[in-house]
Design a protein around this ligand. Structure first.
Ligand code: DAH
Length: 355
């Protein structure tokens, strides 16, 4: 008994000192670990004569509980101390001045996509999307561009597999196919998005943006196409009058096909749309080829319509006076700060982008 009393006093003394969690764990293992003093005392119970064993066991249990309780208390104390010291040291200083909010700007391409979508939605077009990774069928074959058609080579396609079945879409035209396959005519949609071709110079980037247009119904003709494009160009460039010319062209998915030029002049080195006698090509269009309609199970004897494809980046460059297409995709903060657009809800402490 005196032995375990000594152990008790020794450890109660140890536990009354200033300890950290590691110290307490050490004490715990010295007492109750595999070779701990209390554990060993229990193992020795057998060596006591039976008449003493009961009393010793009861004293031992008592001391064990007392020590355990003391340890638990000590742990609690240490934890509370830690929390209090954290609260003291990590106070929030509410008197500090607020930080400037550094916010992004809206990229000119996103801005132009929003403008285009709202202009077309005013005259009944809805907005569709398609995937950037497209299959060869939707990108070419269903658009009346069979294997070995020269237009396939002209597109400098990024193929994603050896069989040339998967690719990065070279234009937004496959969204025409997807839209018509999943619904029933009439169709009146635009489809803005990213497109890809293996090409790069001042006016070409390997990734660029197009917006596709498609209007299919009974009795839609080229006059509607002309009216729609003229409305769009005037709204987009915010001018009352434009000069527009349709040049005969060829696309496999339209017949007849045309490229559209708009008139402009240079005033003080700046392009002014609508006046003057210079011409700028801005889009391709035409009446949807009957084969395309057949490929998507639309009867070309009942339905017809027009389609067009416009380069979005080109429009953004023209409207906002940006002359190198590659800058669009270089993620230069200074460039974006200059050409980007503020969101509508600008907070008072907004200082633009800074780095
Ligand atoms: N997909 C064509 C291209 O990227 C552009 C185009 C031309 C789209 C005529 C059309 C269209 O929908 O009718 O070169």
């Amino acid at each position: 008994m005196s032995d375990i009393k000594k152990i008790k006093d020794e450890f109660l003394d140890k536990l009354s000192k200033d300890l950290n969690i590691e110290n307490v764990n050490q004490i715990k293992s010295e007492l109750f670990g595999k070779n701990g003093q209390i554990s060993n005392a229990f193992k020795n119970l057998g060596s006591f004569p039976p008449e003493e064993r009961k009393k010793f066991a009861s004293d031992l249990n008592f001391i064990k509980d007392e020590l355990q309780e003391k340890i638990n208390k000590k742990i609690q104390e240490i934890e509370i101390k830690e929390i209090n010291s954290k609260l003291d040291n990590e106070k929030v200083d509410v008197t500090l001045p607020e930080r400037n909010i550094i916010r992004g700007k809206i990229h000119p391409v996103s801005q132009v996509i929003d403008e285009i979508s709202s202009i077309f939605s005013e005259v009944g077009f809805s907005v569709e999307e398609g995937p950037d990774v497209e299959n060869e069928h939707y990108n070419f074959t269903a658009l009346n561009t069979p294997d070995n058609h020269p237009a396939r080579d002209m597109h400098d396609t990024f193929y994603l597999d050896d069989e040339k079945k998967l690719l990065l879409r070279t234009h937004t035209s496959p969204v025409q196919v997807r839209t018509m396959l999943k619904g029933k005519p009439p169709f009146k949609i635009i489809a803005p998005g990213r497109t890809y071709r293996s090409d790069s110079d001042q006016t070409h980037a390997p990734m660029f943006h197009q917006v596709e247009g498609l209007h299919i119904d009974k009795n839609i003709n080229m006059g509607h196409l002309k009216g729609c494009l003229s409305y769009f160009i005037k709204s987009f460039f915010e001018v009352d009058k434009i000069k527009m010319r349709f040049r005969p062209s060829h696309f496999p998915f339209t017949e007849p096909s045309a490229e559209v030029d708009i008139g402009y002049e240079l005033k003080d080195g700046k392009i002014e749309i609508g006046e003057g006698d210079k011409w700028l090509e801005i889009l391709g269009c035409g009446m949807v080829h009957p084969n395309v309609l057949k490929n998507v199970k639309v009867n070309p004897d009942k339905y017809q319509g027009y389609a067009f494809g416009i380069g979005i980046d080109r429009l953004a460059m023209l409207k906002y006076g940006i002359n190198d297409l590659r800058a669009f995709f270089e993620t230069d903060y200074r460039w974006l700060n200059h050409f980007g657009f503020d969101p509508l809800d600008v907070p008072s402490n907004y200082r633009g982008l800074s780095r």
